[in-house]
Design a protein around this ligand. Structure first.
Ligand code: PFF
Length: 456
Protein backbone atom coordinates (compact mmCIF):
# COMPACT_ATOMS: atom_id res chain seq x y z
CA UNK A 1 0.00 0.00 0.00
CA UNK A 2 1.72 3.16 -1.17
CA UNK A 3 0.39 5.54 1.45
CA UNK A 4 0.70 3.32 4.49
CA UNK A 5 1.85 5.19 7.55
CA UNK A 6 5.32 4.32 8.88
CA UNK A 7 7.08 4.66 12.20
CA UNK A 8 9.00 7.93 12.45
CA UNK A 9 12.19 6.30 13.72
CA UNK A 10 13.60 2.91 14.58
CA UNK A 11 13.74 3.84 18.23
CA UNK A 12 10.12 4.95 18.12
CA UNK A 13 9.14 1.54 16.77
CA UNK A 14 11.20 -0.38 19.34
CA UNK A 15 9.68 1.65 22.18
CA UNK A 16 6.14 1.16 20.86
CA UNK A 17 6.63 -2.59 20.41
CA UNK A 18 8.34 -2.85 23.80
CA UNK A 19 5.37 -0.88 25.15
CA UNK A 20 3.04 -3.51 23.77
CA UNK A 21 5.09 -6.30 25.29
CA UNK A 22 5.72 -4.65 28.65
CA UNK A 23 2.39 -4.69 30.40
CA UNK A 24 0.38 -6.12 33.25
CA UNK A 25 1.98 -9.42 32.27
CA UNK A 26 5.37 -8.14 33.45
CA UNK A 27 4.55 -5.99 36.44
CA UNK A 28 1.48 -7.74 37.83
CA UNK A 29 1.62 -11.36 36.69
CA UNK A 30 5.33 -12.18 36.44
CA UNK A 31 6.17 -11.35 40.09
CA UNK A 32 3.28 -13.34 41.52
CA UNK A 33 3.76 -16.36 39.25
CA UNK A 34 7.45 -16.28 40.19
CA UNK A 35 6.50 -15.92 43.85
CA UNK A 36 4.38 -19.04 43.81
CA UNK A 37 6.70 -21.11 41.59
CA UNK A 38 10.00 -21.16 43.44
CA UNK A 39 11.49 -17.74 42.68
CA UNK A 40 14.71 -17.90 40.70
CA UNK A 41 14.09 -21.44 39.40
CA UNK A 42 11.01 -20.17 37.60
CA UNK A 43 12.87 -17.14 36.27
CA UNK A 44 15.48 -19.48 34.82
CA UNK A 45 12.90 -21.52 32.91
CA UNK A 46 11.14 -18.37 31.80
CA UNK A 47 14.39 -17.06 30.30
CA UNK A 48 14.94 -20.28 28.38
CA UNK A 49 11.46 -20.14 26.92
CA UNK A 50 11.87 -16.49 25.92
CA UNK A 51 14.92 -17.44 23.90
CA UNK A 52 13.76 -20.66 22.25
CA UNK A 53 10.09 -19.81 21.76
CA UNK A 54 9.51 -16.08 22.13
CA UNK A 55 12.29 -14.70 20.02
CA UNK A 56 11.71 -16.85 16.90
CA UNK A 57 7.96 -16.15 16.88
CA UNK A 58 8.56 -12.43 17.49
CA UNK A 59 10.83 -12.37 14.43
CA UNK A 60 8.28 -14.38 12.42
CA UNK A 61 5.48 -11.93 13.19
CA UNK A 62 7.59 -8.89 12.34
CA UNK A 63 8.70 -10.56 9.10
CA UNK A 64 5.09 -11.29 8.09
CA UNK A 65 4.07 -7.74 8.97
CA UNK A 66 6.76 -5.96 7.03
CA UNK A 67 6.64 -8.38 4.12
CA UNK A 68 2.91 -7.86 3.54
CA UNK A 69 2.44 -4.36 4.99
CA UNK A 70 -1.01 -5.45 6.07
CA UNK A 71 -3.13 -6.07 9.15
CA UNK A 72 -3.16 -9.74 10.33
CA UNK A 73 -6.17 -10.70 8.18
CA UNK A 74 -4.77 -8.97 5.10
CA UNK A 75 -1.36 -10.50 5.79
CA UNK A 76 -2.65 -14.07 5.84
CA UNK A 77 -4.82 -13.37 2.79
CA UNK A 78 -1.65 -12.34 1.00
CA UNK A 79 0.58 -15.20 2.08
CA UNK A 80 -2.06 -17.92 2.01
CA UNK A 81 -4.99 -16.35 0.17
CA UNK A 82 -8.06 -18.40 -0.68
CA UNK A 83 -7.09 -21.16 1.74
CA UNK A 84 -8.32 -21.98 5.22
CA UNK A 85 -5.09 -20.40 6.56
CA UNK A 86 -6.87 -17.06 6.40
CA UNK A 87 -8.51 -17.98 9.68
CA UNK A 88 -5.17 -17.39 11.48
CA UNK A 89 -5.57 -13.67 10.79
CA UNK A 90 -9.19 -13.62 11.93
CA UNK A 91 -8.26 -15.55 15.07
CA UNK A 92 -5.65 -12.89 15.84
CA UNK A 93 -8.04 -9.97 15.44
CA UNK A 94 -10.64 -11.74 17.56
CA UNK A 95 -8.01 -12.40 20.25
CA UNK A 96 -7.16 -8.69 20.33
CA UNK A 97 -10.83 -7.90 20.67
CA UNK A 98 -11.33 -10.36 23.54
CA UNK A 99 -8.09 -9.67 25.43
CA UNK A 100 -8.61 -5.92 25.44
CA UNK A 101 -12.12 -6.34 26.86
CA UNK A 102 -10.86 -7.84 30.13
CA UNK A 103 -7.36 -6.34 30.11
CA UNK A 104 -9.04 -2.95 30.22
CA UNK A 105 -10.86 -3.94 33.41
CA UNK A 106 -7.53 -4.49 35.19
CA UNK A 107 -6.21 -1.34 33.48
CA UNK A 108 -9.19 0.42 35.06
CA UNK A 109 -8.24 -0.91 38.50
CA UNK A 110 -4.83 0.71 38.12
CA UNK A 111 -6.54 4.09 37.53
CA UNK A 112 -8.78 3.46 40.54
CA UNK A 113 -5.71 2.65 42.65
CA UNK A 114 -3.89 5.78 41.48
CA UNK A 115 -6.89 7.77 42.72
CA UNK A 116 -7.03 5.77 45.95
CA UNK A 117 -3.35 6.24 46.66
CA UNK A 118 -3.47 9.98 45.92
CA UNK A 119 -6.49 10.54 48.16
CA UNK A 120 -4.83 8.46 50.84
CA UNK A 121 -7.75 6.06 51.17
CA UNK A 122 -5.41 3.05 51.09
CA UNK A 123 -2.71 4.67 53.21
CA UNK A 124 -2.09 3.13 56.62
CA UNK A 125 -3.30 -0.37 55.70
CA UNK A 126 -0.62 -2.22 57.62
CA UNK A 127 -2.34 -5.51 57.33
CA UNK A 128 -2.73 -7.43 54.04
CA UNK A 129 -6.10 -8.82 55.17
CA UNK A 130 -7.41 -5.27 55.47
CA UNK A 131 -5.93 -4.30 52.09
CA UNK A 132 -7.45 -7.36 50.50
CA UNK A 133 -10.87 -6.53 51.96
CA UNK A 134 -10.67 -3.02 50.47
CA UNK A 135 -9.66 -4.47 47.13
CA UNK A 136 -12.58 -6.90 47.14
CA UNK A 137 -15.04 -4.15 47.99
CA UNK A 138 -13.61 -1.95 45.28
CA UNK A 139 -13.77 -4.49 42.44
CA UNK A 140 -17.25 -5.57 43.53
CA UNK A 141 -18.58 -2.04 43.10
CA UNK A 142 -20.30 -2.11 39.69
CA UNK A 143 -20.24 1.65 39.11
CA UNK A 144 -16.58 2.15 39.90
CA UNK A 145 -15.43 -0.93 37.96
CA UNK A 146 -17.33 0.16 34.87
CA UNK A 147 -16.35 3.81 35.22
CA UNK A 148 -12.63 3.06 35.38
CA UNK A 149 -12.87 0.44 32.64
CA UNK A 150 -14.50 3.08 30.40
CA UNK A 151 -11.79 5.59 31.34
CA UNK A 152 -9.06 3.12 30.45
CA UNK A 153 -10.67 2.34 27.09
CA UNK A 154 -11.11 6.06 26.42
CA UNK A 155 -7.37 6.60 27.05
CA UNK A 156 -6.48 3.86 24.56
CA UNK A 157 -8.91 5.26 22.00
CA UNK A 158 -7.55 8.78 22.43
CA UNK A 159 -4.04 7.63 21.53
CA UNK A 160 -4.93 5.20 18.73
CA UNK A 161 -7.19 7.70 16.98
CA UNK A 162 -4.15 9.92 16.41
CA UNK A 163 -2.47 7.24 14.34
CA UNK A 164 0.89 5.53 14.33
CA UNK A 165 3.41 8.36 14.37
CA UNK A 166 1.45 11.04 16.20
CA UNK A 167 -0.39 8.69 18.53
CA UNK A 168 1.16 5.35 19.38
CA UNK A 169 4.80 6.29 18.68
CA UNK A 170 4.63 9.73 20.27
CA UNK A 171 3.08 8.45 23.48
CA UNK A 172 5.36 5.41 23.70
CA UNK A 173 8.37 7.72 23.47
CA UNK A 174 7.07 9.67 26.47
CA UNK A 175 5.64 6.85 28.54
CA UNK A 176 8.28 4.13 28.20
CA UNK A 177 11.22 6.20 29.50
CA UNK A 178 8.95 7.35 32.35
CA UNK A 179 8.17 3.73 33.13
CA UNK A 180 11.88 2.94 33.43
CA UNK A 181 12.54 5.94 35.67
CA UNK A 182 9.72 4.97 38.04
CA UNK A 183 10.83 1.36 38.08
CA UNK A 184 14.39 2.34 39.03
CA UNK A 185 13.09 4.66 41.77
CA UNK A 186 11.01 1.82 43.21
CA UNK A 187 13.95 -0.60 43.09
CA UNK A 188 16.25 1.85 44.88
CA UNK A 189 13.57 2.42 47.50
CA UNK A 190 13.07 -1.32 47.98
CA UNK A 191 16.66 -2.51 48.17
CA UNK A 192 17.77 0.25 50.50
CA UNK A 193 15.42 -0.96 53.21
CA UNK A 194 16.55 -3.11 56.07
CA UNK A 195 15.68 -6.77 55.55
CA UNK A 196 15.42 -6.46 51.78
CA UNK A 197 18.33 -8.84 51.21
CA UNK A 198 16.10 -11.82 51.89
CA UNK A 199 13.87 -10.78 49.00
CA UNK A 200 16.85 -10.51 46.70
CA UNK A 201 18.01 -13.96 47.77
CA UNK A 202 14.53 -15.36 47.18
CA UNK A 203 14.57 -13.88 43.70
CA UNK A 204 18.10 -14.99 42.84
CA UNK A 205 18.51 -18.29 44.62
CA UNK A 206 16.77 -21.06 42.66
CA UNK A 207 14.77 -23.73 44.43
CA UNK A 208 14.40 -26.34 41.70
CA UNK A 209 12.35 -28.63 43.91
CA UNK A 210 9.39 -26.26 43.39
CA UNK A 211 9.50 -26.76 39.62
CA UNK A 212 6.73 -28.98 38.34
CA UNK A 213 5.40 -29.65 34.86
CA UNK A 214 2.81 -27.00 35.54
CA UNK A 215 5.37 -24.35 36.37
CA UNK A 216 7.20 -25.14 33.13
CA UNK A 217 3.95 -24.69 31.25
CA UNK A 218 3.25 -21.43 33.07
CA UNK A 219 6.71 -20.16 32.15
CA UNK A 220 6.09 -20.92 28.47
CA UNK A 221 2.58 -19.42 28.45
CA UNK A 222 3.76 -16.41 30.40
CA UNK A 223 6.60 -15.66 27.99
CA UNK A 224 4.14 -15.78 25.12
CA UNK A 225 1.58 -13.47 26.67
CA UNK A 226 4.27 -11.16 27.94
CA UNK A 227 5.83 -10.73 24.51
CA UNK A 228 2.41 -10.03 22.90
CA UNK A 229 2.75 -13.01 20.59
CA UNK A 230 0.26 -15.27 18.84
CA UNK A 231 -2.39 -12.75 17.81
CA UNK A 232 -0.74 -10.55 15.25
CA UNK A 233 0.07 -7.54 17.42
CA UNK A 234 3.65 -7.75 16.18
CA UNK A 235 2.42 -8.42 12.62
CA UNK A 236 0.46 -5.18 12.85
CA UNK A 237 3.32 -3.15 14.36
CA UNK A 238 5.71 -4.77 11.86
CA UNK A 239 3.48 -3.68 8.98
CA UNK A 240 4.42 -0.05 9.70
CA UNK A 241 8.16 -0.78 9.50
CA UNK A 242 10.08 0.69 6.62
CA UNK A 243 12.34 -1.33 4.32
CA UNK A 244 15.49 0.01 5.97
CA UNK A 245 14.61 -1.15 9.48
CA UNK A 246 16.47 -4.19 10.77
CA UNK A 247 14.10 -6.84 12.06
CA UNK A 248 16.51 -9.13 13.93
CA UNK A 249 18.09 -6.25 15.69
CA UNK A 250 14.74 -4.69 16.68
CA UNK A 251 13.30 -8.03 17.79
CA UNK A 252 16.30 -8.59 20.05
CA UNK A 253 15.79 -5.20 21.63
CA UNK A 254 12.07 -5.72 22.21
CA UNK A 255 12.61 -9.12 23.81
CA UNK A 256 15.49 -7.79 25.89
CA UNK A 257 13.52 -4.80 27.19
CA UNK A 258 10.46 -6.91 27.98
CA UNK A 259 12.53 -9.46 29.89
CA UNK A 260 14.47 -6.74 31.66
CA UNK A 261 11.29 -5.11 32.92
CA UNK A 262 9.89 -8.42 34.15
CA UNK A 263 13.10 -9.04 36.11
CA UNK A 264 13.29 -5.43 37.35
CA UNK A 265 9.65 -5.64 38.48
CA UNK A 266 10.73 -8.59 40.61
CA UNK A 267 13.52 -6.46 42.10
CA UNK A 268 11.07 -3.65 42.73
CA UNK A 269 8.63 -5.91 44.56
CA UNK A 270 10.33 -8.80 46.41
CA UNK A 271 12.90 -6.84 48.44
CA UNK A 272 10.13 -4.57 49.81
CA UNK A 273 7.79 -7.49 50.44
CA UNK A 274 10.47 -9.31 52.46
CA UNK A 275 11.66 -6.17 54.21
CA UNK A 276 8.11 -5.68 55.46
CA UNK A 277 7.90 -9.35 56.55
CA UNK A 278 5.10 -10.17 54.14
CA UNK A 279 4.66 -13.30 52.04
CA UNK A 280 5.62 -13.42 48.35
CA UNK A 281 3.18 -16.26 47.64
CA UNK A 282 0.04 -14.17 47.55
CA UNK A 283 -0.99 -15.08 44.00
CA UNK A 284 -2.90 -12.67 41.74
CA UNK A 285 -3.60 -10.37 44.68
CA UNK A 286 0.13 -9.77 45.27
CA UNK A 287 -0.01 -6.29 43.77
CA UNK A 288 -3.35 -5.14 45.12
CA UNK A 289 -3.28 -6.86 48.55
CA UNK A 290 0.38 -6.86 49.52
CA UNK A 291 1.67 -3.70 47.90
CA UNK A 292 -0.60 -1.27 49.83
CA UNK A 293 0.54 -2.96 53.04
CA UNK A 294 4.18 -2.67 51.95
CA UNK A 295 3.86 1.05 51.28
CA UNK A 296 1.89 1.68 54.45
CA UNK A 297 4.90 0.47 56.45
CA UNK A 298 7.49 2.42 54.50
CA UNK A 299 8.79 5.96 54.98
CA UNK A 300 7.46 8.18 52.15
CA UNK A 301 5.17 5.25 51.40
CA UNK A 302 2.30 7.22 49.91
CA UNK A 303 4.51 8.91 47.34
CA UNK A 304 5.99 5.62 46.20
CA UNK A 305 2.57 4.03 46.17
CA UNK A 306 1.28 6.63 43.71
CA UNK A 307 4.37 6.04 41.58
CA UNK A 308 3.81 2.31 41.67
CA UNK A 309 0.25 2.48 40.37
CA UNK A 310 1.22 5.06 37.74
CA UNK A 311 3.83 2.55 36.57
CA UNK A 312 1.21 -0.15 36.37
CA UNK A 313 -1.14 2.15 34.46
CA UNK A 314 1.54 3.10 31.91
CA UNK A 315 2.44 -0.55 31.42
CA UNK A 316 -1.23 -1.42 30.83
CA UNK A 317 -1.90 1.56 28.58
CA UNK A 318 0.91 0.97 26.08
CA UNK A 319 -0.23 -2.67 25.81
CA UNK A 320 -3.89 -1.71 25.53
CA UNK A 321 -3.21 0.57 22.57
CA UNK A 322 -1.48 -2.25 20.71
CA UNK A 323 -4.46 -4.53 21.26
CA UNK A 324 -6.81 -1.86 19.93
CA UNK A 325 -4.51 -1.13 17.00
CA UNK A 326 -4.76 -4.76 15.83
CA UNK A 327 -8.54 -4.45 15.56
CA UNK A 328 -8.40 -0.95 14.07
CA UNK A 329 -5.78 -1.93 11.47
CA UNK A 330 -8.02 -4.78 10.35
CA UNK A 331 -11.08 -2.55 9.96
CA UNK A 332 -9.25 0.29 8.19
CA UNK A 333 -7.24 -2.00 5.87
CA UNK A 334 -9.90 -4.55 5.03
CA UNK A 335 -13.11 -2.56 5.32
CA UNK A 336 -11.79 0.81 4.21
CA UNK A 337 -13.16 2.73 7.21
CA UNK A 338 -11.44 5.89 8.40
CA UNK A 339 -9.19 5.43 11.45
CA UNK A 340 -11.43 7.72 13.48
CA UNK A 341 -14.59 5.80 12.76
CA UNK A 342 -12.87 2.43 13.31
CA UNK A 343 -11.51 3.52 16.70
CA UNK A 344 -14.80 4.98 17.87
CA UNK A 345 -16.97 2.07 16.77
CA UNK A 346 -14.66 -0.82 17.65
CA UNK A 347 -13.50 0.85 20.88
CA UNK A 348 -17.12 1.23 21.98
CA UNK A 349 -17.97 -2.39 21.16
CA UNK A 350 -14.93 -3.62 23.11
CA UNK A 351 -15.94 -1.39 26.03
CA UNK A 352 -19.41 -2.97 26.03
CA UNK A 353 -17.94 -6.46 25.80
CA UNK A 354 -15.78 -5.67 28.82
CA UNK A 355 -18.74 -4.84 31.06
CA UNK A 356 -19.53 -8.46 32.06
CA UNK A 357 -15.83 -8.88 32.91
CA UNK A 358 -15.92 -5.70 34.99
CA UNK A 359 -18.94 -7.08 36.85
CA UNK A 360 -17.41 -10.53 37.36
CA UNK A 361 -16.09 -9.62 40.81
CA UNK A 362 -19.44 -8.41 42.08
CA UNK A 363 -22.97 -8.57 40.74
CA UNK A 364 -22.10 -11.08 38.02
CA UNK A 365 -19.85 -13.17 40.25
CA UNK A 366 -22.34 -16.05 40.14
CA UNK A 367 -22.73 -16.10 36.39
CA UNK A 368 -20.33 -18.74 35.12
CA UNK A 369 -19.34 -20.17 31.77
CA UNK A 370 -17.95 -23.72 32.05
CA UNK A 371 -17.27 -23.08 35.71
CA UNK A 372 -15.49 -19.75 35.23
CA UNK A 373 -16.63 -16.19 35.80
CA UNK A 374 -16.89 -14.18 32.60
CA UNK A 375 -13.55 -12.50 33.34
CA UNK A 376 -11.74 -15.80 33.97
CA UNK A 377 -13.39 -17.36 30.95
CA UNK A 378 -12.13 -14.62 28.64
CA UNK A 379 -8.69 -14.75 30.20
CA UNK A 380 -8.41 -18.55 29.90
CA UNK A 381 -9.93 -18.67 26.42
CA UNK A 382 -7.40 -16.20 25.05
CA UNK A 383 -4.23 -16.94 27.06
CA UNK A 384 -4.53 -20.73 27.12
CA UNK A 385 -6.18 -21.37 23.79
CA UNK A 386 -6.24 -18.57 21.26
CA UNK A 387 -2.67 -17.31 21.67
CA UNK A 388 -0.89 -20.69 21.64
CA UNK A 389 -3.05 -21.85 18.70
CA UNK A 390 -2.36 -18.58 16.91
CA UNK A 391 1.39 -18.86 17.53
CA UNK A 392 1.44 -22.46 16.39
CA UNK A 393 -0.29 -21.68 13.11
CA UNK A 394 1.76 -18.54 12.49
CA UNK A 395 4.92 -20.69 12.71
CA UNK A 396 3.47 -23.51 10.59
CA UNK A 397 2.01 -21.21 7.96
CA UNK A 398 5.19 -19.23 7.54
CA UNK A 399 7.55 -22.21 7.84
CA UNK A 400 5.66 -24.76 5.74
CA UNK A 401 2.85 -23.21 3.73
CA UNK A 402 4.25 -19.91 2.47
CA UNK A 403 7.85 -21.01 2.66
CA UNK A 404 10.74 -19.27 4.35
CA UNK A 405 12.54 -18.75 1.05
CA UNK A 406 9.98 -16.03 0.24
CA UNK A 407 10.56 -14.07 3.41
CA UNK A 408 14.05 -14.76 4.70
CA UNK A 409 15.42 -11.78 2.76
CA UNK A 410 13.45 -9.58 5.19
CA UNK A 411 16.06 -10.37 7.84
CA UNK A 412 19.26 -8.43 8.48
CA UNK A 413 22.43 -9.63 6.74
CA UNK A 414 24.10 -12.44 8.67
CA UNK A 415 27.07 -11.93 10.89
CA UNK A 416 30.33 -13.56 9.96
CA UNK A 417 30.33 -16.10 12.75
CA UNK A 418 26.95 -17.71 12.70
CA UNK A 419 24.05 -17.85 10.27
CA UNK A 420 21.24 -16.37 12.33
CA UNK A 421 18.90 -16.76 9.39
CA UNK A 422 19.44 -20.51 9.26
CA UNK A 423 19.09 -20.78 12.99
CA UNK A 424 15.82 -18.87 12.90
CA UNK A 425 14.53 -20.98 9.97
CA UNK A 426 15.22 -24.15 11.95
CA UNK A 427 13.50 -22.82 15.05
CA UNK A 428 10.40 -21.61 13.22
CA UNK A 429 9.98 -24.76 11.14
CA UNK A 430 10.64 -27.37 13.80
CA UNK A 431 11.33 -26.25 17.34
CA UNK A 432 8.64 -23.59 17.95
CA UNK A 433 5.68 -25.54 16.48
CA UNK A 434 6.73 -28.65 18.37
CA UNK A 435 7.00 -26.89 21.72
CA UNK A 436 3.75 -25.01 21.16
CA UNK A 437 1.94 -28.18 20.27
CA UNK A 438 3.13 -29.86 23.46
CA UNK A 439 2.31 -26.82 25.62
CA UNK A 440 -1.11 -26.51 24.12
CA UNK A 441 -1.85 -30.17 24.54
CA UNK A 442 -0.78 -30.12 28.20
CA UNK A 443 -2.74 -26.97 28.93
CA UNK A 444 -6.00 -28.22 27.55
CA UNK A 445 -5.70 -31.84 28.63
CA UNK A 446 -7.14 -31.19 32.08
CA UNK A 447 -9.86 -28.91 30.71
CA UNK A 448 -10.94 -31.51 28.17
CA UNK A 449 -10.97 -34.32 30.72
CA UNK A 450 -13.10 -32.13 33.02
CA UNK A 451 -15.44 -31.25 30.17
CA UNK A 452 -15.85 -34.88 29.10
CA UNK A 453 -16.60 -35.87 32.68
CA UNK A 454 -19.32 -33.24 32.80
CA UNK A 455 -20.87 -34.31 29.51
CA UNK A 456 -20.81 -38.06 30.15
N1 PFF B 1 2.16 -8.24 26.54
C1 PFF B 1 1.12 -7.69 27.35
C2 PFF B 1 1.46 -7.88 28.81
O1 PFF B 1 2.50 -8.48 29.13
O2 PFF B 1 0.71 -7.45 29.66
C3 PFF B 1 -0.24 -8.28 27.04
C4 PFF B 1 -0.56 -8.31 25.58
C5 PFF B 1 -0.55 -7.12 24.84
C6 PFF B 1 -0.82 -9.50 24.94
C7 PFF B 1 -0.79 -7.14 23.49
C8 PFF B 1 -1.06 -9.55 23.59
C9 PFF B 1 -1.04 -8.35 22.87
F1 PFF B 1 -1.26 -8.37 21.61
Amino acid sequence: MANREHWGSKMGFVLAAAGSAIGLGNVWKFPYVTGSNGGAAFVFIYLISVVILGLPIMIAELVIGRHTEKDPVGAFKQIAGGTTWEFVGYLGVLSGFFILSFYSVVGGWTIGYIVKSITGSIAGLHDTAQASEIFKQYVANPYLSILYHVLFMASCMYIVIKGIKNGIEKWSKILMPLLFVILIALIVRGITMEGSLEGIIFFLNPDFSKITLNSILSALGQSFFSLSLGMGAMITYGSYLSREDKILHSALWIVLLDTLVAILAGFAIFPSVFAMSLSPQEGPGLIFHVIPAVFARMPLGQFFEVLFFVLLFIAALTSGISLLEVVVAYITDEKGWSRRKAVLVMGSIITLLGIPSALSFGVMGNVTILGNTFFDFMDKLTSNYMLPIGGFFIAICLGWKYGLENTIHELDPDTRFISLKELWAFMIKFVSPFILFVVFFMLIKDDIVALLQKVF
